[in-house]
Design a protein around this ligand. Structure first.
Ligand code: TRP
Length: 347
């Protein structure tokens, strides 16, 4: 069996450091591992429209932003096929057939969908397109016969739903589709990076994100203003490192080399944490280190992004090439699906 990756993001905003540690970084590592036969990275514009149908211009603008973020992080169009979901119309057709294999109750029970319905105030006016996006996500994954889906933790219910649909399809119509598995980041702090304000999740609407495109000044301002332990008032007070986003970020981003370079009086993050926990270490010192780490991590990404942004038509040209390639692959799977379902009447 081939090893195939499919993954993607909704273009509803620029990507932030939560996306970076939660999935982008892993994708680049997997891409460069040489262990995969095919890699597809999808900009899920059709899915973004399920909750931004009133603002297609926003989705359109963010396709460019997400493509720039991908390229800047090291997703290489020579190794990975980067494509735009709506340009692969076979995905819509697959979704229509898969919709028969899912009940309304099952979709309503999907924890991610449930949380998003609440968050978007869709309780009284739920668009069908939004409710069924896990089904379309199954189409995205199965159209490419992907067995590996590197995503953030919030996507696990989507993968569960996809596996159920695949099993149900294969059971009814014969072995056709591949059951995918999720690949999460290994570093637990990367599973869900909290916002700079300490809220559980980074979100554009909360204004608590550090973006991959942020300037050095913006990064510094955001890091220096971060929420820490509210009970750590005096430097001598013992502090909490577990629910403290500055330490969670250090856990996700810092390396022993960073300590050697910026804070040699501590051998490791564990030593720094121990000092904070017993008291005597001020937030300022922690934030200064974190700022240095974030600057060093994000500067090369930002510079590459600025360079790439000088030629936006080239970015769209790359997306068109990728989308044409993806469409040819999805067409093959769709033909197999129709054969399996015995709706290949004119073949
Ligand atoms: N739901 C993902 C997000 O919100 C985007 C996405 C769409 C996706 N289809 C996918 C991710 C298939 C992995 C596999 O970012």
């Amino acid at each position: 069996m081939k090893n195939i990756i499919l993954t993607g993001d909704r273009p509803s905003g620029k990507l932030h450091i939560g996306h970076y540690v939660g999935s982008l970084k892993r994708r680049v590592e997997l891409q460069n591992s040489g262990k995969f036969d095919e890699i597809y990275v999808m900009i899920a514009d059709a899915q973004a429209l399920t909750d931004n149908f009133d603002n297609p211009q926003k989705v359109r603008d963010n396709i460019t932003e997400v493509a720039l973020d991908y390229l800047a992080c090291g997703i290489d169009p020579n190794k990975s096929t980067i494509f735009v979901q709506s340009h692969v119309e076979q995905l819509t057709e697959l979704t229509f057939y898969y919709m028969n294999l899912v009940t309304l109750a099952r979709l309503q029970r999907n924890p991610t969908v449930k949380a998003e319905i609440k968050q978007k105030n869709f309780e009284m006016s739920l668009p069908m397109g939004f409710l069924t996006y896990p089904v379309s996500q199954t189409a995205d994954i199965t159209a490419f016969k992907a067995n590996t889906v590197p995503v953030g933790e919030d996507q696990l219910p989507m993968l569960e739903q996809a596996r159920e649909i695949v099993r149900s399809f294969n059971g009814l119509y014969g072995e056709t589709l591949v059951e995918p598995k999720a690949v999460l980041p290994e570093n637990k702090s990367c599973l869900r990076l909290p916002g700079t304000d300490g809220m559980a999740k980074m979100s554009k609407s909360l204004g608590n994100c550090i973006y991959l495109s942020d300037s050095a000044d913006e990064i510094k301002r955001k890091v220096m203003g971060m929420y820490t332990d509210p009970n750590h008032i005096k430097v001598t007070d013992p502090g909490d490192t577990k629910n403290n986003p500055t330490f969670i970020y250090l856990e996700a981003f810092s390396t022993p080399e960073h300590f050697a370079k910026y804070l040699p009086e501590y051998a490791s993050l564990d030593e720094l944490k121990a000092h904070y926990e017993r008291g005597g270490l001020g937030d300022m010192k922690v934030k200064k280190l974190l700022n240095a780490v974030m600057q060093e991590t994000l500067e090369p990404i930002r510079l590459r992004r600025e360079e790439l942004a000088k030629d936006i038509p080239a970015v769209w040209e790359m997306l068109k090439r990728g989308s044409d390639k993806a469409r040819a692959v999805a067409a093959q799977t769709l033909a197999q699906v129709k054969r399996a379902m015995k709706i290949n009447y004119f073949e």
